[in-house]
Every structure is written in C-alpha cells, then in structure tokens.
Design a binder for this molecule. Structure first.
Ligand SMILES: [Mg+2]
Ligand SMILES: [Zn+2]
Length: 220
C-alpha cells in the first residue's frame, strides 16, 4: 500500500496494491453528517469525470473534463458528500505512462475540481494490466475493499458511478449501489451489458447529481 500526497512529490513503491491519494477535507462533511446514512460517492474517472480515450489518457493535457462534471463534484462536496475515485489505469502497467505522469494527471484533476469549489478525498487506482490477475482491477472489488478500509466505512448502499459494466459489477460485489452514466462508454454499456438490472441510468455525472440532491434518485 502506498500513499501518494499529491503536490508533495508523489512517489510509488508497491505496485501490487491499489494506490491512494488522500487529503482530508476538513470540517464541512462533519457538519453535514447524519441526515443520510451514507455520505460517500465513489466515482469512476474516465468517461465519468473526464472524456475517455481508447488511446488512454497519458498526460495532463489529455485529461479533459466532461462538461458539468467538476461542478457536480463541487455540488456534492458542498452538500457534505465525501468523494473518492476508483479507476483502472492499466496504461501504467502497459508502459504507456509512468506513475509520476499519472500523479501529474491526478494533480491536474484535483486542481480543476478545487477551482470549482469541490474536492476529492482519495484517488484509488489499479495500475496493472488485465492479464496480471490482480485483485484491484475492476470488475474485481479490491479497490472498493481498500476504500472501505481506508475510510472505515461500510460501502453498502454507497453510490458508485461508472460508465462500464466492470464498474457496475465491482460495486455490486461490495453491496454498493451502482449507477450508470451514458457519458464515456455508457451508451455502449447500455446496449451490451446484461448486468444492468435495477441500475439507475443518467445522462452524465451532472444529471445524477441533480437527481440525487433533489431526492429523485429512486424514481429512475
Ligand atoms: Mg470509465
Ligand atoms: Zn490492479
């Protein structure tokens, strides 16, 4: 397990576990505690926060937010939700980008989120190639277990927003509540997946957020 302090010379060591960038978000969430049972949202990255690319996101310049996603994270943050990211980044294992470059991409993402008034508490990622058979690459649930462990939270009922079937399947394995967005690979997933029974579908993260914050989520 490696902790990466973004902006503090992030480094990597144990590449066989999920990695984490953690920053405490202060008193805001404590002030909002209690009204809902679970105040955590788990977000996939590519196709949910930023545009996905079949060529992989290999540099900060290639990281381009989906319109409305940063504002949505800010809204969730202001409402008292803790937000973490769980993302497969096999480009690292494939040698397409280094751990340092991934840290730079995440620094850009965090900077963009904070400029909108939001925050992300932790970024959990799997750097492995699919054939490595690790426990953290979605659809396996390793990153979700790591989140539960680090945040000392039961993920039962926690919304996990993704655009791929593997996001849905991994969330279900820890009894989180998967949500599909049509952005990124979402439309493809809607056509092809047989795992979507009971999964609410939204246009994008902004639409999910709007529904959640107006208590309309169960209607979908
Ligand atoms: Mg995705
Ligand atoms: Zn992994």
């Amino acid at each position: 397990m490696t902790h990466e302090g973004l902006g503090e010379g992030a480094h990597s060591s144990n590449r066989w576990s999920a990695f984490l960038a953690l920053r405490r978000t202060g008193a805001l969430r404590a002030a909002h505690h209690g009204r809902r049972k679970m105040r955590l949202i788990i977000l996939d990255r590519d196709g949910v926060i930023n545009y996905d690319s079949d060529e992989f996101i290999k540099s900060p310049e290639e990281w381009i937010p989906i319109p409305g996603s940063l504002e949505a994270i800010a809204r969730l943050h202001r409402t008292g939700y803790r937000i973490v990211v769980a993302t497969n980044q096999s480009g690292v294992g494939r040698g397409l980008l280094s751990m340092d470059m991934l840290a730079r991409i995440h620094a850009r993402m965090l900077d963009a989120v904070r400029k909108k008034g939001g925050d992300i508490e932790g970024i959990f990622f799997c750097p492995h190639r699919p054939e490595e058979g690790c426990e953290c690459r979605k659809p396996r649930p390793g990153m979700f277990y790591e989140i539960a462990d680090r945040l000392k939270m039961n993920l039962s009922g926690v919304y996990a927003v993704g655009d791929s079937e593997r996001d849905i399947v991994s969330a279900r394995r820890v009894l989180a509540s998967p949500v599909l967005v049509r952005s990124g690979k979402g439309k493809q997933t809607l056509k092809a997946s047989t795992e979507l029974s009971g999964v609410p579908v939204f246009e994008d993260l902004a639409a999910f957020t709007a529904a959640l914050l107006s208590n309309q989520l169960e209607m979908h």
